[in-house]
Design a protein around this ligand. Structure first.
Ligand code: GTP
Ligand code: MG
Length: 359
C-alpha cells in the first residue's frame, strides 16, 4: 500500500515522512526525486499471538510512503505537475498544510495563510486532472466525430469528468457507473484518490483527537471533498522519533501524546482506505497482513503467497477475540468456535487464518 505525501515547499512533508518511517533525512541532492520509505503498523495483536505461540518471528503489516524531495525550497509555490506526477498512482494522498507560524522557516508565498494554501492545493489537484482529461478528450472526440462509435462511453465519460472538474469539484464527489469508473481509474486521477490533510500546527497549539487544532472552515472544506483532516505537531513529533526505545514512550506521555503520530496516523490511514488486518499464527511466525474490507479468504491467501492462492482448498478461521478468550487454537476448537470456510468467505477484522492448499 502506497501513500503519496504532497504539499507546498517547507510545509513539513519530509518531517511527516521522517516521523512515519523513522528514515533519517538524506543529504540534499538538489535534484527532484521520490524518496520511498516504509512504516510498520504497530499492532498489539501480533505481540499477543507471538506470546501465545512462542513464535520465532513477528511480522507487521506495512505501509509505504513517498516524499517528493530535492525541490528548491522556494520553488513549490503551488503543487506543480512534477510534484504531483510523483504522487499519482498512490492509494492515498497526504497533503501537508503549514499551520505553524515559526518566522525562521520561509514560506514560498511569503506569508503563512493555511486556508489559502488548502484551497489552492485542492485547486491544483483539479487543474492537474483537467489537463490530463482535456488532452485525452481532444483526441477521442475527434475520432468519435469522424465516426468511431466505439468511443461513445469514453467521450461521454470525459465530458462528464470535464464538467465536474470545471465546477472545481473532485471526481470523487460525483456518482459514477462501473464502466465509467473503470475508464477514469486508468488515468489515476488525483481527485479520485482518497486523501487526508495533515494540518501541521505549532508546538504549543491546542490539540487533541477529534479535530481540535483544525479550524471549522478547513474541516468543512475537507468534508465536502470527502477528505479526512487531522492536526499534527510535526516538529515535536519528529523530535520524539529521534528518541529510541522505551524512552520514547515516556517522553511522549510527558508531552501528553498518548500515541505517536505514527500510531495515530496509520490508524487513520486504515480507516480511510477501509483496510482490515488479518493474521496467521504459528511457532515460526506471528504475522499481520492488510486487506480491503469486502475481500475474501481467497484474496487473503494471495497476500501470503501466490502458491497458497493457486492451490487453495479451504481456510480454517478463528477470531482473534476467541483465540485470546480460549487461550489457544486447541481451546477455540474445543469450544466449537473454529470454522472451516470456502474461497468466498469475506474476511473480518482480526481473523486468524490457517490455509489448506495443494500445489
Ligand atoms: N516550528 C516548526 N517548524 C517546523 C514544523 N514542521 C516543519 N518545520 C520546519 O520547517 C522546515 C521545513 O520542513 P520540511 O519537513 O523539510 O518541509 P518539506 O515540505 O519537506 O520542505 P521541502 O522538501 O523543502 O519542500 C524544517 O526546517 C522543519 O524543521 C513545525 O511544526 N513547527
Ligand atoms: Mg522535503
Amino acid at each position: 500500500m502506497k501513500v503519496g505525501i504532497i504539499g507546498l515547499g517547507q510545509s513539513g512533508k519530509s518531517s511527516l515522512f521522517h516521523t512515519l518511517t523513522e528514515q533519517v533525512p538524506e543529504a540534499p541532492s538538489g535534484k527532484p526525486h521520490r524518496r520511498l520509505g516504509r512504516a510498520l503498523v504497530p499492532d498489539e495483536r501480533v505481540e499477543t499471538i507471538a506470546r501465545i505461540e512462542n513464535s520465532k518471528k513477528k511480522t507487521y503489516a506495512e505501509v509505504n510512503f513517498l516524499d517528493p524531495d530535492g525541490f528548491a525550497p522556494d520553488s513549490l509555490k503551488s503543487l506543480t505537475s512534477e510534484l504531483l506526477g510523483m504522487a499519482r498512482g498512490s492509494e492515498l494522498l497526504a497533503l501537508v498544510i503549514r499551520a505553524f507560524s515559526d518566522p525562521s522557516v520561509m514560506h514560498p508565498l511569503g506569508s503563512v495563510d493555511s486556508m489559502r494554501d488548502l484551497k489552492n492545493c485542492f485547486g491544483d489537484l483539479v487543474i492537474q486532472d483537467l489537463a490530463v482529461f482535456e488532452s485525452r478528450y481532444e483526441r477521442s472526440s475527434k475520432s468519435y466525430n469522424r465516426g468511431d462509435k466505439s468511443l461513445k462511453l469514453e467521450v461521454e465519460t470525459l465530458e462528464k469528468a470535464l464538467f465536474i472538474l470545471g465546477e472545481d469539484k473532485f471526481l470523487a464527489q460525483e456518482e459514477w457507473s462501473k464502466p465509467e469508473k473503470e475508464f477514469l481509474e486508468g488515468f489515476e486521477p488525483l481527485t479520485f484518490t482518497n486523501g487526508i490533510v495533515v494540518w501541521n500546527v505549532d508546538e504549543d497549539a491546542a490539540f487533541g483527537r477529534g479535530g481540535v487544532g483544525v479550524p471549522v472552515e478547513a474541516k468543512e472544506l475537507c468534508d465536502k471533498k470527502g477528505w479526512g483532516i487531522g492536526a499534527v505537531r510535526l516538529s515535536l513529533e519528529s523530535e520524539v522519533m529521534e528518541i529510541e526505545g522505551e524512552e520514547r514512550r515516556i517522553f511522549s506521555m510527558e508531552l501528553g501524546l498518548k500515541e505517536t503520530v505514527r500510531e495515530r496516523y496509520l490508524n487513520s490511514v486504515y480507516d480511510r482506505l477501509g483496510l482490515l488486518s488479518f493474521y496467521t499464527a504459528g511457532p515460526k511466525e506471528a504475522a499481520a497482513r492488510t486487506i480491503r474490507r469486502g475481500e475474501t479468504a481467497w484474496d487473503a491467501a494471495g497476500k501470503i503467497h501466490s502458491d497458497i492462492q493457486r492451490g487453495f482448498i479451504r481456510a480454517e478461521v478463528m477470531s482473534f477475540d476467541d483465540y485470546v478468550k480460549y487461550g489457544s487454537e486447541e481451546g477455540v476448537k474445543k469450544a466449537g468456535r473454529y470454522r472451516v470456510e470456502k474461497k468466498e468467505y469475506v474476511v473480518q477484522e482480526g481473523d486468524i487464518f490457517y490455509f489448506r492448499f495443494n500445489v
